[in-house]
Design a protein around this ligand. Structure first.
Ligand code: SF4
Length: 766
């Protein structure tokens, strides 16, 4: 083997422009065009019969959970057609009839494939057999499952310490797979378990835990229906969690009001044409947002402070604006917060937000008289240096209004990947939980490590520095999901071994360690049969409900393994059948895994039984108004600082956003219908006045550069589009602009990357 052999793979793929077409942004979401798009995608990828069979079972009690986002289904049985355009696209993507195996990789080297875009790579179809990329080779070749396990086990045994291995999890896995994977990592001897939560909602988890005692939201789906006010902050449900729009529609019909807080006006929050109603299909749909506070990027803290200040002034007159009874009984820190808020000048706060004061006063009037308030949010709040503090500031508002622990009120962090919350619940985490370790010892019979593991940033750094040598990924596309693409690529390439448990080809299969493996697995919609029995797994949705998921489609190949089975077989090979856990048996019988989950994971209870039908809710102390785990046994109001960045001349604040034709790193198509962009992803949304000042006209091409720690990072070749976005702010698509986000700049305490507030400059390409 040539020791210095280095594959010449492109980490960016193609930067070519693809032929843009523009229209006006849409004023409504879903409706007939949503149905058309959903069916077009599924019929094209899967054929009409297979599509309809699967769509009729998606999100049904006896079917499978949508593989896309974590939005919940109604507690009572779902209506037929309880899915959205994005759910249908996710299904089409995994259940496509296009397949690739050894012949494909014999023909195409990883170097050649890496020149394609992420969209093109995804289009090749499902991976159907286990493959290995050997040291010195640029072609994947077939490997048997047993040889793959033996090879991985051999590499793991070569490590100087178990902490040189890293076990990453994306949020697609089931509870059963994630539990086994987490237990295997611990049995192997490490807590190096970064997950995709580290990159998205970790700030939510930290802020919620500190203030309310649990790192999850407190609302249930039905709470949204009768809320008086729903605040939607830093979230675009029309594209990322589309069925949330039905819940918001119900809220509006019941008399609720919606406040959107977002630098962009998103079509899904303007008007929703519900495809399940006559009004939605034939009429004008339901207007959703009542008040849009179009703030500057990352100015939520000044905005909420201003709202609280104005509400406090009203409360001083009437003592009826804040819920003093609730505060006295359940909340700590009221006096400190009231003293702190006096220090801020209203006009300074207003200037920072960039919002029209008339709109702010409307929001104050609305909030003053209501108490059934829900705050929903996503990465528009979490992915900033002050992500944790930003969320805590929103929680301050809820606590002052007594909008916690009661029906139709509370916190609603809206999770991206369908089981990202469940994976964490069943033990995927880099922190040490002593109580969990004790239960592992009691029920699984081995000693779990008591040393803190690596999160995503720590894992990237360890691999980059040569301290992380074996990187195993349960799903996902780590290279494109993580920040600082070039740094992450080098980190992966320095590994001795990278393993991807995957359904489709992505760039993380091409930018690899010396030896790389692809272990192909079932999609959520596929039948998982063993000894004539149809097996099921369980999933926890964004609101903490655990439910069964059972695939029905014929798997893409006979040479796939389910995730639980392949993890169990790998563990069995590694331990050579000599361990306190009967891994092999667990891989065959998921009932045994669920029994272990019930024993080892607090809150899980008779999961096989209780997860039937519409499933069961995991315990949530906030719903029970139990804050006994917090200082003074009370929910915590917090003092949060204002953001500290100021833009200098020619600098802009860039946020990364998703297009309508993508889900996280998976690119289904090149359109962003709601924003009026077609056939192109290399676009930069920009305020028209800023464009004039920068001497730019529509469709000029620019390079975007960030400058952190004396390092210039550049994303090349972006078409400028005039857009309704506040001056000084820019938006461009993730993951193309991840390259601009320095790996070592992240939210304080949660280490979530600053992907929503990147300071950049533009250079016009002549
Ligand atoms: S809202 Fe989310 S979970 Fe529901 S169908 Fe759409 S993508 Fe799937």
């Amino acid at each position: 083997m040539d020791k210095d052999f280095c594959r010449k793979v492109s980490i960016r793929g193609s930067n070519d422009l693809t032929g843009i077409k523009l229209t006006e942004p849409k004023r409504h979401a879903a409706g007939m065009s949503g149905i058309q798009a959903a069916l077009q995608h599924t019929f094209k990828e899967m054929g009409a019969v297979r599509s309809m069979r699967a769509l009729l079972k998606m999100n049904q009690n006896d079917g499978f959970e949508c593989p896309s986002c974590a939005w919940p289904d109604p507690d009572k049985a779902s209506k037929i057609g309880e899915f959205c355009e994005n759910g249908a696209k996710a299904l089409a993507d995994e259940a496509t009839t296009e397949h690739i195996g050894r012949e494909f990789f014999r023909k195409h080297s990883v170097e050649e494939l890496s020149l394609l875009s992420d969209y093109e790579l995804n289009k090749f179809g499902r991976l159907i057999e286990p493959l290995v990329l050997r040291p010195g080779s640029v072609h994947y070749e077939l490997i048997t499952w047993q040889d793959a396990y033996t090879l991985i086990s051999g590499e793991l045994r070569k490590l100087d310490t178990p902490d040189e291995a890293i076990f990453y999890t994306s949020g697609r896995s089931s509870n059963e797979a994630a539990f086994l994977y987490g237990m295997f990592a611990r049995a192997f001897g490490t807590n190096n378990m970064p997950d995709c939560s580290n990159m998205c909602h970790e700030s939510s988890g930290v802020a919620l835990k500190e203030t309310l005692g649990i790192g999850k939201g407190s609302t249930k789906l039905e709470d949204l229906y009768k809320a008086e006010v729903v605040i939607i902050a830093g979230q675009n449900p029309g594209t990322n969690h589309p069925r949330m729009l039905s819940a918001l529609e119900k809220c509006k019909i019941n008399g609720g009001k919606i406040i959107s807080i977002n630098p962009l006006e998103e079509s899904g929050l303007v008007n929703f044409k519900n495809p399940q109603t006559v009004k939605g299909m034939l009429g004008g749909g339901e207007d959703l947002t009542n008040i849009h506070l179009q703030l500057n990027i990352n100015q939520d803290i000044p905005l909420i402070k201003l709202l609280i200040k104005k509400l406090a002034d009203l409360d001083a007159e009437t003592a009826k604006v804040f819920d003093h009874e609730f505060i006295n009984k359940y909340v700590d820190g009221y006096d400190a917060l009231m003293n702190d808020i006096k220090k801020y000048d209203s006009q300074d706060l207003l200037r920072s937000t960039g919002v029209d004061e008339v709109r702010i006063n409307e929001a104050v009037q609305l909030l003053a008289s209501k108490s059934r308030i829900i705050v929903c949010w996503a990465m528009g709040l979490t992915q900033h240096k002050n992500g944790v503090e930003t969320i805590r500031e929103y929680i301050n508002l809820l606590l002052l209004k007594g909008a916690i622990g009661k029906q139709n009120a509370g916190t609603c962090p809206v999770r991206g990947h369908s089981n990202v919350q469940g994976d964490r619940s069943v033990g995927i985490m880099h922190h040490v939980d002593v109580a969990l370790n004790n239960r592992i010892k009691e029920y699984l019979g081995f000693i779990a490590p008591d040393k803190e593991g690596l999160d995503t940033v720590g894992a990237m750094k360890a691999m980059y520095e040569g301290k992380g040598k074996a990187f195993i990924c349960l799903g996902g596309n780590f290279l494109m999901a993580a920040s600082d693409t070039e740094y992450t690529a080098k980190a992966l390439q320095r590994c001795a071994l990278t393993v991807q448990i995957s359904t489709k080809l992505n760039r993380s299969h091409l930018v690899t360690g010396k030896t790389a493996l692809i272990l192909p697995t079932f999609g959520r919609s596929e039948k998982d049969m063993k000894k004539g029995q149809l097996r099921y797994v369980t999933i926890e949705n964004s609101m903490g409900r655990v439910r069964q998921s059972r695939g029905l489609l014929k798997p893409a190949s006979n040479n796939l393994k389910s995730e639980p089975e392949l993890i169990a077989e790998l563990a069995d090979t590694y331990f050579e059948g000599n361990h306190t856990v009967a891994w092999k048996a667990l891989g065959e019988d998921y009932e045994l895994i669920r029994q272990h989950i019930d024993n080892v994971i607090k809150g899980f209870d008779k999961t096989s039984e209780n997860s039937k039908g519409s499933g069961y809710y995991l315990p949530n102390n906030v719903r029970d108004l139990d804050f006994s785990g917090l200082p003074n046994g009370k929910a915590q109001l917090t003092l949060n600082r204002l953001p500290d960045h100021e833009l200098r001349k020619n600098e802009f604040m860039l946020m990364t956003i998703r297009s309508h034709d993508q889900f996280n790193t998976t690119i289904y198509g090149l359109n962003d219908r709601y924003r009026g962009v077609y056939n192109e992803r290399r676009v930069l949304f920009m305020n028209e006045e800023d464009m004039k000042q920068q001497d730019l006209i529509k469709l000029d091409v620019v390079d975007i550069s960030s400058f952190y720690d004396d390092t210039k990072r550049t994303a090349y070749n972006f078409l400028v589009i005039p857009y309704k976005i506040p001056k000084g702010n820019l938006a461009a698509y993730f993951p193309e602009t991840n390259v601009l986000v320095p790996y070592n700049h992240y939210a304080v305490r949660s280490k979530t990357p600053i992907s929503k507030s990147i300071v950049v400059k533009l250079t016009k390409v002549i």
